[in-house]
Design a binder for this molecule. Structure first.
Ligand code: ZN
Length: 242
């Protein structure tokens, strides 16, 4: 076992209050592609970049096109938690993990059994009528062609996802910062730390065990106490599940 993995394993064993923050890389290992990654197929099918389609103004102006993209590229109801999700749920159960903070919107941490999860960008699993507030599961969206409508009042059903140009849900950021400041150890994984609010969050941590796990280098590598460039699922499997 390489030294860095051995060190992380030891730190996890010693720590009583870990906070984890995860980016898209956590979900890609469950087969959910980062919607920002533009492939050839995408280029042929959609004329605008994903950041534009998944924005509030685009949703208001072209709901049909928004939902075409959203249903095809952002919802993965059959995705399964990977070893990273499972390990974090286990650490919470052992009383070692305070919370999971995530930018992902797939609900996989809860599927793995995690209880305290702050979904900074919301979740595809919850949807609500913009007119009367009625809640709908993701299946309701998928069953309907085009723009999903409320079965009670006919209003548009909107995913509880934070779109570009929208602000984060009230209190989420404050709660995330509070938890990070309280953490003995802060593990950040599956993010290159370039997208808001990821980069900012790292700077709130005041402890001596900042761990970065990412396949490629990040601009915060020199700032961290431990850096591992590897698959996050593999790292957690070796440190927690084995
Ligand atoms: Zn309604």
């Amino acid at each position: 076992m390489p030294d860095a993995i051995e060190t992380l394993k030891q730190w996890i064993q010693e720590s009583g209050s870990i906070v984890f923050f995860g980016g898209a890389g956590v979900s890609t290992e469950s087969g959910i592609p980062d919607f920002r990654s533009v492939d050839g197929l995408y280029n042929q099918k959609y004329s605008e970049p994903p950041e534009e389609i998944i924005s509030h103004s685009y949703f208001v102006r072209w709901p049909e096109k928004f939902y075409r993209f959203y249903k095809e590229k952002m919802i993965y109801p059959d995705a399964k938690p990977n070893d990273c999700h499972l390990a974090l749920a286990k650490l919470e159960q052992q009383g070692k993990l305070l919370a999971v903070l995530t930018q992902n919107i797939d609900g996989l941490h809860q599927k793995a059994g995690s209880k305290k999860v702050i979904e900074l960008h919301g979740t595809t699993l919850k949807n609500y009528c913009m007119k009367c507030g009625k809640q709908f599961p993701v299946e309701y969206l998928l069953e309907q062609d085009g723009v999903p409508r409320c079965d009670k009042c006919g209003g548009i059903v909107k995913p509880d996802v934070v779109l570009y140009e929208e602000s984060l849900h009230d209190g989420d950021m404050e709660e995330a910062v509070r938890l990070i400041r309280k953490a003995e150890m802060f593990i950040v994984g599956g993010t290159s730390l370039t997208v808001y609010p990821a980069a900012g969050l790292v700077e709130y941590y005041q402890g001596k065990k900042l761990v970065l796990i990412n396949k490629s280098a990040t601009s915060y590598d020199s700032y961290a106490d431990l850096v591992i460039h590897d698959s996050i699922g593999k790292v957690f499997r070796q440190c927690v599940l084995q």
